[in-house]
Ligand binder design. Structure first.
Ligand SMILES: C[S@@+](CC[C@H](N)C(=O)[O-])C[C@H]1O[C@@H](n2cnc3c(N)ncnc32)[C@H](O)[C@@H]1O
Length: 218
């Protein structure tokens, strides 16, 4: 059985590599109100997400669905879909969602717009404040690539995640902070988890997102 999987994985890798190449060639001026420039470089973001994924993918119980929270220009959402995980990006800045549609259209990928969680439309984006999502036990995985500091330190975030995740679901948070800085934040109580989660912190060497935290719903 195992060897049957290999062609598929190779095909996925090839698709992602082709996408990364195309993202480096397109001429598009993305805009946002915040100061960080990293999100405005699609090729760099996609490479960084791929490196994060390579470190975590075997630790996730083969998820079939994912909510990509704070999806920004939908890099993670499209990446997950390319890896055969049905993905919905949740982003509360309307103009980012609109630019994501245009950006991926340029490289031949149709992103759908949804107004509720509907994984059959993957890859899709939902314009919503994540904190306001009301569904229960709908997804295997929640990703927050290059997580917004505001979301990460808000205890409500993880209560909502707990409700949205299926049994034994996982959360991936990736951040540009290094492992020592993440541990320091946790030790100082800056990162509050609800009961029923365990966590693991992993280094991502030589990458923009230097650290990943995997949270597991027990
Ligand atoms: C640092 S950016 C990362 C974007 C993207 N995930 C990436 O990998 O490039 C964080 C994103 O989270 C979004 N965000 C912050 N709070 C949010 C909320 N409550 N609901 C939905 N999106 C939120 C921000 O608008 C921003 O686009």
């Amino acid at each position: 059985m195992e060897y049957l999987r290999h062609p598929n994985i190779e095909h996925q890798k090839q698709k992602v590599d082709e996408l990364i190449e195309k993202l480096g060639l397109i001429d598009i001026r993305l805009q946002q109100k915040t100061a960080d420039k990293e999100q405005l470089n699609p090729q760099e973001r996609m490479i960084s997400i791929k490196n994060v994924w390579d470190v975590v993918k075997t630790k996730l119980n083969n998820p079939e669905t994912a909510l990509d929270v704070g999806s920004g220009f939908a890099y993670g959402t499209v990446f997950l879909d390319m890896n055969d995980i049905q993905a919905i990006g949740v982003e509360n800045v309307y103009s980012k969602n609109e630019q994501a549609l245009e950006l991926f259209h340029e490289v031949g990928i149709i992103l759908n717009k949804v107004n509720k969680i509907d994984f059959s439309k993957s890859p899709a984006i939902l314009w919503s404040n994540f904190i306001k999502l009301r569904s229960q036990e709908v997804t295997d995985l929640i990703t927050m690539f290059y997580v917004s500091g505001e979301l990460a330190i808000n205890p409500t975030t993880f209560h909502i995640c707990k409700r949205l995740l299926k049994k034994e679901g996982k959360i991936i948070l990736s951040t540009e902070a290094d492992k020592a800085a993440v541990e320091d934040i946790i030790n100082k109580g800056g990162f509050v988890l609800p009961d029923g989660f365990s966590y693991e912190i992993i280094d991502v060497p030589n990458n923009f997102e230097k650290t990943v935290i995997i949270l597991s719903k027990t």
